[in-house]
Design a protein around this ligand. Structure first.
Ligand SMILES: Cc1cc2nc3c(=O)[nH]c(=O)nc-3n(C[C@H](O)[C@H](O)[C@H](O)COP(=O)(O)OP(=O)(O)OC[C@H]3O[C@@H](n4cnc5c(N)ncnc54)[C@H](O)[C@@H]3O)c2cc1C
Length: 353
């Protein structure tokens, strides 16, 4: 009988940075219900704060070469509830996020199309409230089903309870407490009033190229599926292809810093080209981490098989054979240099462990 979970001693943990890392003990869960009914899974694995939950390893920089216990959720069922003009689409944590996005757009549903081509799993998506092209998961998320590792019980949180903000959530703030089991989003069967919103750098241009290639489509009748194709084109021009292991990366390595308005204004006096994105709701200013790193002269720099991607200064890359510690060393040098030059502290986006 399939118990719904399997142990593996001394297992390599795959990650998109292509860093070599192994877990002394590894647990893969293919059936959530069955696994949570097992007392050893609950007590010895999930309740232990040393246990690290790993999805696709696309947002973790492994500096340590050995980990104690790792849990991975493979459970990947999905479905939906039809609500007339909208649908409630749900997926279990182990499903690939991009796979889910592409399935929903094939149904003609609007809402997830801007999140196409983001690697990793559905279960990790709420952790940093994944976002791209002006949309964040929290814009469509309805609820998250969780296992509370401390209290050992299943809970369901509505979006408002998840503490979402830019690249952040309550789950990220309490990293050893929550195991995300499934995610539910609300998607629309008809286009939103501002469809197709293309006012993001590179998107409009890519849409026009796409229309040149695909006969019979116009901007006005772009489908959600068309939109994912456009997003994919833009992303592959700027980011390493996570399906090709030649160049390891975690996408953007640093968060865009949010600073006091007077610091942003002061920097603008010295650097007139500095892009500033006002955050009116919190009365602060968002800066572009990539711009700061590029101005500090790091784009294209390489050392010890680690580098700053030549096409995009926000991306730390493994050119092949870099260790986690080599990549982290380079990231810390960039961080210190940007602080020296601009007085702005860059914070890593991935978990560094
Ligand atoms: C080329 C590239 C492009 C990217 N582009 C973007 C982008 O546009 N926008 C964006 O937001 N991110 C982007 N990312 C980052 C990354 O893909 C996302 O953060 C993704 O959600 C991570 O998923 P994962 O399954 O790989 O998580 P992992 O890296 O395995 O884990 C990330 C964190 O989530 C935790 N975690 C994982 N699964 C669970 C679970 N079920 N329950 C509780 N905790 C869990 C882990 O403990 C860890 O803290 C990009 C990465 C790459 C490599």
């Amino acid at each position: 009988m399939n118990p719904g979970f399997h142990y593996h001693p001394d297992e390599a943990i795959s990650n998109t940075m292509n860093v070599a890392v192994r877990a002394d003990q590894h647990l893969r869960i293919s059936h959530i219900q069955k696994a949570l009914a097992d007392v050893a899974v609950r007590d010895r694995w999930l309740a232990d704060a040393n246990t690290l939950i790993v999805g696709g390893g696309s947002n973790i920089l492994f500096v340590r070469e050995r980990l104690d216990k790792v849990v991975q959720l493979d459970a990947s069922n999905s479905g939906f509830i039809d609500e007339g003009d909208t649908v409630l689409a749900w997926a279990e944590a182990g499903l690939g996020l991009d796979k889910w996005v592409r399935w929903t757009v094939k149904q003609g549903w609007y809402g997830l199309e801007r999140l196409a081509e983001i690697p990793g799993t559905v279960g990790a998506a709420p952790i940093q409230n994944v976002g791209a092209y002006g949309v964040q998961l929290s814009d469509v998320l309805v609820r998250v089903e969780l296992w509370d590792r401390e209290q050992q019980r299943r809970v369901t949180w509505q979006a408002a309870e998840c503490g979402f903000s830019y690249r952040h959530s309550r789950f990220k703030a309490e990293p050893t407490r929550w195991l995300i089991l499934s995610v539910t989003v609300r998607l629309h069967k008809t286009p939103p009033h501002d469809w197709p919103q293309l006012n993001y750098p590179g998107l409009h241009e890519a849409a026009l190229h796409y229309l040149d290639d695909v006969q019979g489509t116009t901007l006005a009748v772009l489908t959600p599926h068309d939109f994912t194709q456009i997003v994919t084109r833009v992303r592959l021009q700027k980011l390493p292809d996570w399906r090709q292991p030649a160049l390891g990366s975690l996408g953007s390595f640093f968060q865009n810093p949010i600073v006091a308005n007077n610091l942003a204004a002061h920097l603008k006096e010295n650097w007139p080209n500095l892009p500033i994105y006002p955050q009116h709701e919190i009365n602060q200013s968002k800066l572009s981490a990539g711009w700061l790193i590029e101005q500090a002269g790091w784009r294209g720099h390489t050392q010890n098989h680690a580098g700053i991607y030549e096409k995009h200064a926000l991306v730390l890359v493994n050119l092949g054979g870099a260790r986690g510690i080599d990549l982290w060393d380079l990231a810390k040098q960039v961080q210190a240099d940007v602080f020296r030059k601009f007085g702005v502290r860059l914070m890593p986006e991935p978990l560094v462990i």
